[in-house]
Ligand binder design. Sequence first.
Ligand SMILES: NC(=O)c1ccc[n+]([C@@H]2O[C@H](COP(=O)([O-])OP(=O)(O)OC[C@H]3O[C@@H](n4cnc5c(N)ncnc54)[C@H](O)[C@@H]3O)[C@@H](O)[C@H]2O)c1
Length: 365
Amino acid sequence: MKKININAPSRNYDVFIGNNVINKYSSKINSLAGYNDSIIIVDSNVYRLHKEKIESMIKGLKGNVVVYKFKADEKNKSLDSLKKIFDLMLRKNLGRSSFLIALGGGITGDLGGFAASVYARGIGYIHIPTTLLAMVDSAIGGKTGINYGHTKNIIGSFYQPESVLIDTEFIKTLPRDELLCGLGEVIKYGLLIGDDFFDYVAKNYRKAFDYNYSFLNKVIRESVSLKGSIVEKDENEKSGLRKILNLGHTFAHAIEVEQNHKIKHGQAVIAGIACALHLSNKLGMMNDEYLEKYLSLIIEFRNEIKLKQYNPETLYKIMFRDKKNKKGSINFVLLEKAGKLIIDAEADKRDALYAINNGLQYFCE
Ligand SMILES: NC(=O)c1ccc[n+]([C@@H]2O[C@H](COP(=O)([O-])OP(=O)(O)OC[C@H]3O[C@@H](n4cnc5c(N)ncnc54)[C@H](O)[C@@H]3O)[C@@H](O)[C@H]2O)c1
């Protein structure tokens, strides 16, 4: 088992990574959270697939344990789900001295983390990510939130967990398309960390589909370490450093909305990275050689990510109203090469449309 400490300004906490972590730690979860009574927000799909394991974890918990199962999709990452959670917590008399466990992928973590951050002005929460994407990315760093109207993650908070338990056993039931989604964020980390890690991922990524634990553990550890170190320095995305984690995401969020959430977040991230690479090249930041090198990995996924017809103008409009924009222009995270990021890069509409059309060409039927 590996332990990575994240000393964020608002909270110092540990991320435990290993096989069967939640069962080895079940009797310690209450002390990690500091309270007895708890609510578990759990993806119903995960509950069904890992019933025995989850029930054995619950047996190790002290106090009252309330379970809220829900269908984890973007539509349910909503105010309506929050209301149901709060109603249940009130009905079960869960007060300030209770804590929340979010057990599922990124949707469950974002929803559960947000509920914990506002219920009784904030209760502790433990995050147990069950998708590769959540293990390498969303469970770390304390960004929580829900979707509202047509805008993703527009209502939310920065709220760090008491602890994150990454139990790699959950990966065994992940279907190929979910592994691919996790790889989308891993590729992002490759581009953030540098060419050595990018090359490792490019050479070995197929091992993820064989559930190769040596590869999976390495990419989880590297990603958590990098994200943790960024969060320690720029927890609330104030200094700008944390913005690099949004590489490809301005495009990706717009693609998800424009495609009416028919495309998964991690798939959209891969397509969004392709757009960001083209934009970096178009604006003269990245040379053709690097563009070709990074795209050659992205293109490997062209048969697994399929977009419906898309409307570039709509995509542009959605990006424009993205919360990260300064007035009048869209700010992108771009790159010169792996490890050399440029934040707040401005692009005009013509260049943004160029990036959309060139980046998405690989994924259209
Ligand atoms: N907070 C952050 O920093 C952050 C970062 C990246 C993404 N996100 C958010 O995360 C969400 C995407 O997360 P995700 O990709 O984990 O999606 P998800 O939570 O929707 O899970 C994807 C699918 O996998 C299933 N699943 C989960 N665990 C499983 C398991 N062990 N075995 C089999 N199936 C399993 C779920 O039921 C679901 O159908 C998006 O809403 C995105 O906005 C947040």
